[in-house]
Design a protein around this ligand. Structure first.
Ligand code: GTP
Length: 318
């Protein structure tokens, strides 16, 4: 069953709050705000699926409230419906131009209001679903590269502002071509799913991100953690994958699923770029492969030296 959606009602008239609550009570979860400032705060705090907003309010009118909501990244995508007694066309036009998705005039008919609200809630649900689909890798269900790019840039800015550390990690399944050749692509796909699940299971913090970077390669972001902590987390990922119990007949083959992992912990600044940090993690991954695979190698801790030459995009190990 689908979870109940949440509607925030902002109105400084108690009677209006009650009438709208009564209409919606059985259909949705309701959050009430008795003025504009409280409405803006609750929109950020409760992340409602829809906002019903009165226009004429004492401290801050509805136009000002919607202006705030649309200029805040956390609330700008929430659909807003104006419910007002202001009947003239210029107000309706203004409300819609400011970003409202609908404009309902009082007095209204309860059944019609409910039908319109349900329609907008259905659209909101579809929008959230589309957003999710656009950010997910269909095979493994972890984030896709598009999502990684988006989160990476956000975390980079946060780390610059807070002067905190950020770890970037590349994970690549070892000898995956051999595995595919021996067992077939469909089993290879299952291994990709298993590896993704193990990575997800080991990353416990809500801001950690696992994304499929392409093929049999994953990228991981670990915000606000130092080098030692990051290496420990990735070592537990490596061990969990090495310990995977494959189903028969694959378990009978001598081929074990392992991963090589390259990482870097950096303090983002104006002089560094996420692409350069990721390149360092990729260099470490390359070195991990070269040193025998099934290992974690971190920038600053590595033993070998990477010499880049123009004929080899990944560099060569000296
Ligand atoms: N089953 C499956 N295989 C994939 C997918 N994407 C990439 N691959 C396979 O991953 C393999 C990658 O092979 P290589 O780049 O040679 O790497 P490798 O065999 O893992 O070798 P090392 O990285 O050096 O350990 C290729 O056989 C690709 O076909 C996918 O979505 N599903």
């Amino acid at each position: 069953m689908l979870a109940k959606q949440r509607v925030l009602i902002i109105d400084d008239e108690k009677t209006n709050l009650k009438i709208l609550s009564d209409i919606l009570r059985d259909e949705v979860e309701i959050v009430l705000a008795k003025n504009g400032a409280q409405g803006i705060r609750k929109a950020g705090e409760f992340a409602p699926d829809l906002i019903l907003l009165d226009v004429v309010m004492q401290d801050m009118d509805g136009f000002e409230v919607i202006n705030h909501l649309k200029h805040d990244a956390a609330t700008c995508a929430i659909p807003v419906i104006f419910i007002t007694s202001l009947g003239d066309v210029s107000h309706e036009e203004k409300g819609l131009l400011l970003g409202a998705c609908d404009y309902i005039q009082k007095p209204f008919h309860a059944a019609v209001v409910l039908a319109r609200i349900k329609l907008h809630l259905q659209l909101a649900r579809q929008r959230v679903m589309l957003e999710k689909l656009a950010n997910i890798d269909p095979l493994t269900s972890v984030a896709n590269r598009r999502r990684y790019d988006e989160v990476m840039h956000r975390e980079w800015r946060v780390a610059m502002r807070n002067k905190s550390e950020l770890s970037l990690v590349m994970v690549d399944i070892d000898n995956f071509k051999q595995f595919n050749d021996r067992h077939g692509h469909a089993i290879g796909d299952k291994i990709l799913q298993e590896v993704a699940m193990q990575l997800l299971a080991q990353l416990k913090r809500p801001r950690d991100l696992v994304a499929r970077y392409g093929g049999e390669e994953f990228v991981i972001l670990l915000p606000e953690i130092n080098k030692k902590g990051s290496i420990d987390v990735m070592e537990s990922c490596r061990r969990a994958i090495e310990a995977l119990q494959l189903e028969k007949p694959y378990s009978e083959s001598r081929h074990k699923v392992t991963v090589s992992i390259g990482g870097v912990t950096c303090q983002p600044s104006m002089n560094t770029r996420p692409e350069d940090a990721l390149k360092l993690a990729d260099d470490m991954l390359y070195l991990a492969k070269h040193q025998g695979k099934n290992r974690v190698l971190w920038f600053g801790e590595e033993q070998g030296v990477i010499q880049h030459d123009s004929s080899s995009p990944n560099g060569t190990v000296g």
